[in-house]
Design a protein around this ligand. Structure first.
Ligand SMILES: Nc1ncnc2c1ncn2[C@@H]1O[C@H](COP(=O)(O)OP(=O)(O)OP(=O)(O)O)[C@@H](O)[C@H]1O
Ligand SMILES: [Mg+2]
Length: 363
């Protein structure tokens, strides 16, 4: 086990700044996810921890050691790459058992330990085959098995489940979370799938354009996204973000859109503290915090039904408001009674307000 510390780490490739002055303490034993869109610098950050990239500036620490100049083999990390590099000439048994073999573990124990991990990842039947004789998802699970068969100081995973179908992915997720919890090995897990990050991680860092935008527990980043970028990235459907204007009176406050006027007088003092009367802002509200209601409710927004998506346990309704869409999540699973022209209510306790520039000011 070990903590990992990135200290003002930058990695440039020519003019591209793949990782831009990232400072990140990863706690000993935690499951840490790096989440962000394609090209934001997740893989590069992971490779910097593994020692496969050298920072242009900054330091990398693992445990008590400054490993910035150390090669990968001296860092005691196990990594699963995005493109799961298995040894093509070896059987899956030898591939998965390889980290044990190089550590001098006997043949019988290797078989036993490989068999156990292979069982959890549902590849036990495939151990005699070579990588080319496996599907992409099977190869990927073999690569995960190889990483977790021994107990390094650190696990580094780069989208290790991206090629699995939904059912296998959920099972493999459960296995990884359980295993990490049992072993307590510090784990950094890269994904662009927000649901995967929320499901697996103790803490999540959301990256964009080489920078860390926010770090927090799954609930913290879900409930209080610090920017509209994070708000729009986390949650499925993501948070509704509606541009509007703030009107602050002597003892009143309203959020005004083209077709609605929400009474936020109860939040007047907090709003007036940081925002000006007339300022353009963005209203943020999660789909599960909107409800269908009647006209005339002071927190109601008029809308037009656009699409209804029944999902079994719940139902997502897409509405048109002005020229933007609003998602409403209903936990009953039943489609709404009203369609066409409807009113949706907003609970003022549940809203977030962002500056036009995207930064959270109330929530
Ligand atoms: N060896 C390289 N040479 C030049 N540019 C690179 C190199 N490796 C990465 N980059 C650039 O650095 C940026 C970050 O890449 P990185 O692979 O870290 O992104 P990522 O977040 O892992 O994306 P994805 O989700 O698509 O895997 C990208 O703009 C990429 O084009
Ligand atoms: Mg990547």
């Amino acid at each position: 086990m070990a903590r990992i510390m990135l200290e003002n780490v930058t990695r440039r490739f020519g003019l591209v700044i793949a990782v831009d002055n990232v400072s990140l303490p990863i706690i000993d034993g935690e499951f840490f996810a790096l989440l962000g869109p394609s090209g934001c610098g997740k893989t590069t950050t992971l490779r910097l921890i593994a020692g496969l990239e050298v920072p242009t500036a900054g330091r990398v620490h693992i445990g008590d050691r400054d490993v910035t100049g150390l090669p990968p083999r001296e860092r005691d990390v196990a990594m699963v790459f995005q493109d799961y590099a298995l040894y093509p000439h070896m059987t899956i048994l030898d591939n998965v058992g390889y980290p044990l073999k190089v550590r001098g573990v006997g043949r019988r124990e290797i078989r036993e330990r490989v068999g156990e991990v292979a069982g959890f990842l549902q590849i036990a039947e495939l151990l005699e085959r070579r990588p080319a004789q496996l599907s992409g998802g099977q190869q990927q699970r073999a690569a995960v098995a190889r990483a977790v068969v021994h107990k390094p100081q650190v696990f580094l995973f780069d989208e290790p489940l991206s090629n699995l179908d939904a059912k296998l992915r959920l099972e493999a997720r459960g296995f990884l979370k359980h295993l990490q919890h049992e072993l307590g090995i510090t784990t950094v897990y890269v994904t662009h799938d927000q649901a995967e990050a929320l499901a697996l991680a103790d803490r999540i860092a959301i990256m964009n354009q080489g920078r860390i935008i926010q770090v927090g527990t799954p609930l913290e980043v879900y409930r209080r996204p610090q920017t509209t970028f994070v708000a729009g990235f986390i949650g499925n459907p993501p948070m509704n973000l509606v541009p509007c204007r703030l009107e602050v009176g002597v003892d009143t406050a309203h959020l005004v859109g083209t077709t609605f006027r929400l009474d936020l007088t109860s939040l007047r003092d907090r709003l007036a503290l940081t925002l000006r009367d007339g300022e353009e802002v963005i209203l943020g509200v999660r789909p599960e915090h909107l409800t269908f209601c009647g006209q005339g409710d002071s927190f109601a927004i008029p809308a037009e039904t656009y699409a209804i998506q029944p999902l079994g346990a719940e139902c997502v309704v897409i509405l048109l408001v002005d020229s933007t869409t609003l998602s409403v999540r209903l936990f009953t699973g039943e489609p709404p009674q009203q369609t066409g022209r409807v009113w949706v209510g907003v609970n003022p306790e549940r809203i977030l307000v962002y500056r036009k520039s995207g930064e959270l000011v109330l929530g």
